[in-house]
Design a protein around this ligand. Sequence first.
Ligand SMILES: Nc1ncnc2c1ncn2[C@@H]1O[C@H](COP(=O)(O)OP(=O)(O)OP(=O)(O)O)[C@@H](O)[C@H]1O
Ligand SMILES: [Mg+2]
Length: 157
Amino acid sequence: MKQGKIFSSSRQQTLAIAARFSRVLQGGEIIFLRGPIGAGKTVFVKGLASALGLKSSPTSASFSLMKKYQNKSHRLFHIDLFRLEEGEVFNLGFEEMLEDEKAVILAEWPDPISRMLPQDRLEMNFILKEGDEREIELQSFGRVSDSRLEALCKIAQ
Ligand SMILES: Nc1ncnc2c1ncn2[C@@H]1O[C@H](COP(=O)(O)OP(=O)(O)OP(=O)(O)O)[C@@H](O)[C@H]1O
Ligand SMILES: [Mg+2]
């Protein structure tokens, strides 16, 4: 397990950090995004997807809970399980994502599905500070996420 902390002082800076971080992703990363409403979790995901040149493609059953982004070289799932309970995540169309070992998974409010995902994951906890300032606490739980955490700390310096 590794820990770190990065800072952002604007939406633009969060987008820039996400864009740089997108280049270290190799597929198979699991990233949990925590923190209150309006903290910047979705901004980070959008920065990442757009830097990779990804467009979201419609997912059938649960498009408000899960967005799939893909092109020839990357697949990325963005899920947001706000207000969902663990018992409610069945039959919502997450099977494809759970079986895709080469996709990047970014999960806001991930608790309902966390036990179905591998342990090796990067946790990013967005903390609201004064105005547009955000502190982002990082924690990693395995070989892959440890290395992504180190990369992210370097990128955000
Ligand atoms: N440093 C910052 N980083 C990211 N967003 C910021 C920052 N400063 C201000 N903002 C603004 O805060 C808002 C963040 O919204 P966003 O949708 O990303 O929140 P969220 O964490 O995904 O919330 P929710 O839990 O409701 O999904 C945006 O309006 C964005 O412009
Ligand atoms: Mg969001």
